[in-house]
Design a protein around this ligand. Structure first.
Ligand code: GYE
Length: 307
């Protein structure tokens, strides 16, 4: 019996916490950095067993993944909801199983907010405002009205909804700025290229393109070049994320500005998961402090960029 007791005590000491992470997809280089950050942070922590699954852009698959985490009796679930709505049922199942759910990077809209414990990510509304403020500040004096094309991220996703909201909020106070088209994409480079190509083919002549992420902006840059125009000069291109590829495009003069959105959430997710299991109180919102980057500082910043 003595033996057994030591054995079980050792089990308790060496028992790893199971962290189930439901990744939304592989749509962008931001996502790649985010996924890597979570893997690295969990991998460095001997107390954590990471179970990571990628839904590849499908909400139905993401719901299935969360259900499989519940069946495996993980200790904590962290997930990035592809869209804001449609989670009430599966999150209620997690709650009934006694498994806390953390929202990583994107938010949900559910009837009952006790279905999730904490949101770890960025203030997307503020990111949209930052983009618009930059546009207002950099308006060329000779231009009367500024025509803007917006390339939105995934329909119904928190970053698309909120970046648009913040952008419009600031522009609505400035009569000289008009969003002449707002196209819905999915945060991929291909969608940015396709949508911008369509806009130009339709004969629209925007002075500014606001893409909801860098990948879409890089796609739009290709389409602008294909139309025989100079991105960054003939058409001002701005976006969100500030990834390394965006810095390179800024150095090449093709992208004018990118609002920072930090994907390196791994350490905070791991810490919050451990605090939850330890029964500690954790904040409802863990928001990352961010800024903006433009061509002026790109040269200095690109060298230190990790993603
Ligand atoms: O901006 C975009 C990604 O949810 C904040 O999703 C994230 C967004 C990010 O695909 O590049």
């Amino acid at each position: 019996p003595g033996h057994k007791q030591i054995g079980s005590r050792m089990d308790v000491n060496t028992k790893k916490m199971k962290l189930g992470v439901a990744v939304v997809g592989s749509e962008s280089s931001w996502r790649a950095a985010n996924t890597e950050s979570i893997k690295t942070a969990a991998g460095q922590d001997l107390g954590i067993e990471l179970i990571m699954q990628n839904a590849e852009g499908s909400q139905a698959r993401q719901i299935e993944i969360i259900r499989s985490f519940i069946r495996q009796k993980v200790d904590v679930i962290a997930f990035t909801p592809i869209v804001e709505t449609g989670w009430d049922e599966v999150l209620a199942e997690a709650k009934a199983a006694g498994i806390p759910v953390m929202l990583s990077d994107r938010k949900v809209k559910v009837e009952d907010d006790s279905l999730w414990t904490t949101f770890i990510g960025s203030d997307f509304v503020e990111e949209g405002r930052r983009a618009a403020r930059w546009v207002v500040e950099h308006k060329p004096a000779e231009v009367g009205e500024t025509k803007i094309v917006e390339l939105q991220g995934t329909a119904g996703s928190a970053p698309a909804i909120e970046r648009r909201q913040g952008f419009e909020e600031v522009l609505s106070q400035n009569a000289a700025f008009h969003v002449i088209a707002s196209e819905i994409g999915d945060f991929t480079m291909e969608s940015g290229q396709k949508l911008m190509g369509k806009v130009l083919q339709q004969g629209m002549k925007p002075q500014v393109v606001f893409a909801h992420n860098d990948d879409m902006a890089l796609g739009a840059i290709k389409a602008i070049e294909q139309a025989g125009l100079k991105p960054g000069k003939d058409v001002t291109v701005i976006s969100v994320d500030a990834t390394k590829l965006a810095f390179q495009a800024m150095l090449a003069g093709k992208l004018n500005m990118s609002v920072e959105c930090n994907p390196l959430l791994g350490p905070q997710i791991v810490k919050a998961a451990k605090d939850l299991v330890a029964g500690k109180e954790i904040p409802v919102n863990i928001i990352t402090a961010e800024s903006i980057f433009s061509q002026e500082t790109a040269k200095r910043d690109v060298t230190t960029r990790k993603y």
